[in-house]
Design a protein around this ligand. Structure first.
Ligand code: CP3
Length: 369
């Protein structure tokens, strides 16, 4: 299951000049090679939310913790569920099992998860309320996550990369201000438009907290980072620059000073025409694209600047069949000739069929340019 087929790279130079402690010729982790700009004989594959309720073994382990946050903060359980999809499918990367809501929680905000409703938070409504939040105990509160990272690293084989992650400032801020998920983003946008200086203080706090959190994940053993800006698509073009591109670029700039060899994937979901500016200006090694973006556009407009990741529609893992095979093959054939990581355009849904996931992994790992 873990055997790598055809990892030779072609001789074209990497697109950027990545600093790496390991010579690319001997690097066994396909994900690291692709993120350094190499064109692999077949692309690496992992899937956003690959550990989750679509897996019966996840549902069984999930019952052992009283709440979802306890689950995230119990290293023994978090290590186990991180490894489940690796053992079942042989993905090329594991992603730390945690949630983007641990940062507001570690800053002192009340966070809880309601069954079927997702995250709930005691909302922060204005810059006057930012005093309730503090970075002082951030790393102490997040220590169980770092312990999880160490536990996963000790169990992973030499060809499986470990990805750490955090929510991006805008996406995390939207939950912090709305008190949960939202369709309209009315409260957070009203604050951002009405009091941009005050709102910037929240974004700046999240830039600091996210940088510390991600650097601590690297110190514990993650080899790649992904920033999830799941709600970038709710912003105007100007807003996307101010609250998505600029803060993410600042986090990436700071991390690159201390850890230049750690590749960073930025996922500004729904960025539309702004994907081009984000690929050119964020400093990310790779940009993850959602399922609405045509693969040929991704190839022509993004892939000459950065590695790209995506973008199969996650519902194809519910439907399966010819539609799944056709769409996956089109993505492979369009993007497989450049630096590319196969993934979905957003997270796996609980209704996904594990059989379909297995078929997809086989198709991608059996493909060659
Ligand atoms: O990808 C992985 O396997 C790693 C784990 C991971 C989770 N959440 C576990 C989780 C990751 C990377 C996340 C990221 C995350 N969390 C995002 C960004 C990516 C995206 O999907 O847009 C967001 C917006 C959140 C916030 C969040 N957490 C929501 C909206 C929900 C509820 C949605 C749902 O499916 O119920 C969660 C809960 C959550 N996080 C679950 C999992 C496996 C399901 C809860 C459970 O098992 O009871």
């Amino acid at each position: 299951m873990f055997e790598l087929k055809g990892t030779e790279v072609n001789q074209s130079p990497p697109i950027s000049d990545p600093v790496s402690p390991i010579e690319s010729g001997t690097e066994p982790k396909l994900l690291l090679r692709a993120l350094r700009g190499e064109v692999c004989a077949r692309p690496p594959i992992w899937l956003m939310r690959q550990a989750g309720r679509y897996l019966p073994e996840y549902r069984a382990t999930r019952k052992k913790a009283p709440s979802f946050l306890d689950f995230c903060y119990t290293p023994e359980l978090a290590v186990q569920v991180t490894l489940q999809p690796i053992r079942r499918f042989g993905f090329d990367a594991a992603i730390l099992f945690s949630d983007i809501m641990v940062v507001p929680h570690a800053l002192g905000q009340k966070v809880w998860f309601e069954e079927g409703r997702g995250p709930r938070l005691d909302p922060v409504g204005s810059s006057g309320e930012l005093g309730r939040l503090s970075m002082d105990s951030l790393n102490e509160n997040l220590a169980p996550v770092y312990e999880t990272v160490r536990g996963i690293r000790s169990e992973l084989g030499p060809e499986t990369a470990l990805i750490g992650f955090a929510g991006a400032p805008w996406t995390v801020a939207s939950y912090m201000v709305e008190g949960g998920g939202t369709r309209e983003f009315a409260k957070v946008k009203t604050w951002a438009y009405g009091d941009p200086e005050g709102f910037q203080k929240l974004i700046d706090l999240l830039v600091d907290a996210t940088t510390l959190y991600l650097e601590s994940q690297i110190a514990a053993g993650v080899e790649v980072l992904q920033l999830f800006d799941s709600w970038a698509g709710a912003l105007t073009a100007k807003g996307m620059r101010q609250w998505c591109l600029d803060p993410n670029a600042e986090i990436i700039r700071r991390i690159k000073v201390n850890y230049p060899g750690i590749p960073i994937i930025l996922f500004p979901r729904g960025a539309g025409l702004m994907y081009r500016d984000i690929a050119a200006e964020s400093g990310a090694d790779a940009v993850a694209v959602d399922s609405t973006v045509p693969p040929a556009w991704v190839r022509d407009e993004l892939q000459s600047r950065v590695a790209v990741q995506g973008n199969l529609d996650p519902i194809l893992l519910v439907a399966g069949g010819e539609a799944l095979r056709q769409s996956a093959t089109e993505i492979l054939e369009t993007l497989g000739g450049g630096p590319f990581v196969f993934n979905l355009g957003s997270g796996i849904v609980p209704e996904a069929d594990p059989e379909h996931v297995g078929e997809l992994v086989e198709l991608v790992q059996g493909w060659s340019a």
